[in-house]
Design a protein around this ligand. Structure first.
Ligand code: CLF
Ligand code: SF4
Length: 474
């Protein structure tokens, strides 16, 4: 029978309780519970914004063209609006007044936040004075990081990302043609050796101060893909909190060395296969969106283009009321979601099926199946298997339906992006796209619209493999 268990009410005795996982230290939970990148669960509720204040860089990566944002953290080929620290403050206050989910301010390119330190520091100091509860976050290539760890700790920066693509300078020499360090330029193996030492030192210094670190690694097929297993071990030993393996995005039009020389990036299945091999090492981040250096909003929907400088008033005063009201709502909703999630996981495990399902979910946040198929710009991918339900990534697509009409060519692209998916869950889907998906071997359904994602998946899984949901949870 097809189970349609609805969520939203109390599903267990933990209803309304904290969303903190049982096996997590309370101090760490406090740091990550509203950080959309450091907690997969938080990314359903909370938003980040970036300000592009630090354009100078001290190294050259073979996947970067300096005309664009820093490809260590952001999507290559994108140019963000550069701001002074004063303009950045005005923008952060304007966004905080309009985007109640805002919890984190990040500096992630277009250059290196630690090398262009004066601007990074001035921005953080000004914003922290006006919005003391906003979390501050930076992304860096690590070369200048050890020089600023003490100041980062003084400024209460709790989250730092270091891009580490190698721990072997021989590999590093294929990724970095040069670095600029201590007033001179280094090339080849010598450059990679210095960069490696500085990255490890910076990571150890942050760990010693209790600052949480995320390691970004760009996966470059045949250059460092196998080597990232070694990188994962090294960073785990040095206390990294998360490891985020990002696919190289290589396009000759971006003008970077790799794009121009034909170096390809990995496809979605190759990325997932490497991530699966890394399970059991440093904890993986799988929900990164390689966002822009001026991104604003939930990771699932960038609102950066609504907040360009020309749209922001000349004078802005911060009003905390919307953010405070939103936090109260989330505190209630999250307890329910966690309870529903754990009931769903129990159900899938109890089904006793040895089978797996790969499910693509259309969502616009809040942890629910709440987006129309045709409005989706990405699908979140979940795996239901004998071990439970896990988030395994996302697939970006071109929005199929615009102004009430869908283009066949766009739908073909969406179907290609969903290769390997068994089932699509969405809030609504028309007969035409549904039939075409079915023709491609992908079932699509809107029967679980507005349910929590995990509740919908568990109902689907148990229905699929012939187990009654209520019997399974007893
Ligand atoms: Fe920004 Fe990065 Fe901080 Fe997040 S992004 S500086 S840790 S607040 Fe997040 Fe964007 Fe991925 Fe970065 S989804 S690219 S991991
Ligand atoms: Fe480009 Fe960032 Fe690398 Fe600098 S650190 S070269 S800005 S990708």
């Amino acid at each position: 029978m097809l189970a349609t268990a609805k969520s939203g009410g109390c599903t267990s005795s933990s209803c309304g309780s904290s969303a903190k996982p049982d096996d997590m230290d309370s101090a760490i939970w406090e740091k990550i519970k509203d950080h959309p990148c450091f907690s997969e669960e938080a990314h359903h509720y909370f938003a980040r914004m970036h300000v592009a204040v630090a354009p100078a860089c001290n190294i050259q990566c073979n996947y970067c063209n300096r005309k664009y944002d820093c490809a260590n953290e952001s999507r290559p080929g994108v140019v963000s609006e550069k701001l002074t620290p004063e303009q950045a403050l005005r923008k952060v206050m304007a966004v905080a007044n309009e985007v109640p989910q805002l919890s984190v301010l990040g500096i992630a390119g277009p250059g290196d936040a630690c090398y262009d330190w004066k601007k990074t520091k001035a921005t953080f100091e000004q914003v922290a004075r006006e919005i003391p509860d906003i979390k501050l976050c930076i992304s860096t290539n690590g070369l200048a990081l050890p020089d600023h760890v003490a100041e980062l700790a003084d400024m209460n920066v709790d989250h730092v990302t270091i891009t580490i693509n190698m721990v072997d300078p021989e590999v590093g020499a294929k990724i970095y043609p040069w670095i600029f360090y201590d007033h001179r330029r280094y090339t080849g193996i010598e450059a990679a050796r210095i960069l490696h030492k500085r990255q490890m030192l910076g990571l150890e210094m942050l760990t010693a101060r209790g600052i949480l670190t995320k390691i970004n690694s760009v996966m470059i097929p045949d250059i460092n893909d196998e080597h990232l297993i070694e990188v994962n071990k090294w960073v785990k030993e040095r206390g990294a909190f998360l490891h985020n393996v990002m696919p190289l995005i290589s396009d000759p039009a971006h003008g970077a060395y790799y794009g121009l020389t034909g170096q390809r990036g990995p496809n979605a299945m190759e990325l997932k296969a490497l991530q699966d091999r890394l399970e059991g090492g440093a904890k993986l981040m799988r929900h990164c969106r390689q966002c822009r250096a001026d991104a604003v909003g939930l990771l699932v929907s960038d609102r950066g283009q609504e907040f360009t400088l020309d749209q922001i008033p000349g004078e802005v005063t911060y009003d905390p009321s919307k953010r405070e009201a939103y936090r109260e709502v989330v505190a209630r909703e999250r307890g329910d979601h966690v309870a529903a999630k754990s009931a769903a996981t129990r159900m899938v495990k109890a089904a006793g099926s040895g089978k797996s399902l790969l499910i693509a979910v259309a969502t616009k946040g809040g942890g629910r199946v709440n987006e129309h198929f045709g409005h989706s710009k990405e699908f979140q991918i979940y795996e239901a298997s004998p071990t439970g339900i896990s988030f395994v990534g996302h697939r970006k697509v071109e929005q199929y339906c615009r102004g009430g009409w869908g283009e066949d060519a766009t739908l073909d692209g969406v179907i290609a992006a969903l290769a390997g998916i068994d089932i699509v869950l969405c809030a609504k889907i028309g007969d035409c796209p549904k039939d075409q998906l079915t023709g491609a071997g992908i079932r699509a359904m809107d029967a679980y619209g507005y349910d929590y994602i995990e509740t919908a998946i568990s109902a689907l899984y148990t229905a699929e493999f012939g187990v009654e949901p209520l019997a399974a949870t007893a």
